[in-house]
Design a binder for this molecule. Sequence first.
Ligand code: GDP
Length: 194
Amino acid sequence: MAKPIFQSAEFYKTIMRIQDIPKPVYPEVAFIGRSNVGKSSLINALLGKKNLARISSSPGKTRGINYYLVDQKYFFVDLPGYGFAKLPKNERMKWQRLIETYLTESQKLKLIALLIDSRHDLMDNDLEMARWLQYHERPFCILLTKTDKISKNSLNQTIDRYRSYFPDHHVLPFSIKAKNLIKSTALFIKESLS
Ligand code: GDP
């Protein structure tokens, strides 16, 4: 059997406050997207683990920034899902500040994977996030999730559309059900980390 792209992964820590952000020792890739976009499933699939990142049964429940140590030399950083409208405003602001501080200040952050559900067009908060990343000149790519749920034709159109929105950024299709897409995404991330 072919060797997996990433061979070991373990939970490292969860942080809830800006002052707890770990010293940047390893190159990092961060994952962000709306609640329920498939972020936990994607992280688990890339790392070949069933339950490392917690698949949320109730959207928006995952809190804090979760760090996973991969191959003893990379951090995968799982950021809280956005679009959790039920949170009180001051709580929402607190998470937003934590995420923004992390995204602007982490010095080893090589790539931000912005996850968008391939079944729908760009939503306001996805656009807001993408524009914010562009404004701050952060390196990001778009990962279109759950592509097994749409036809090949409509996937091609969706990819083209997102490439026209973000001509300077990579746009990659992803599905936890497609081994080839798990592999190509893992390879792309590994190259970005090197
Ligand atoms: P998160 O809230 O962004 O972490 O999303 P989850 O990983 O918890 O996924 C939300 C739901 O979408 C779960 O029921 C997953 O099983 C499902 N899901 C995630 N990725 C895929 C995918 O690639 N294909 C399909 N068909 N379902 C997926």
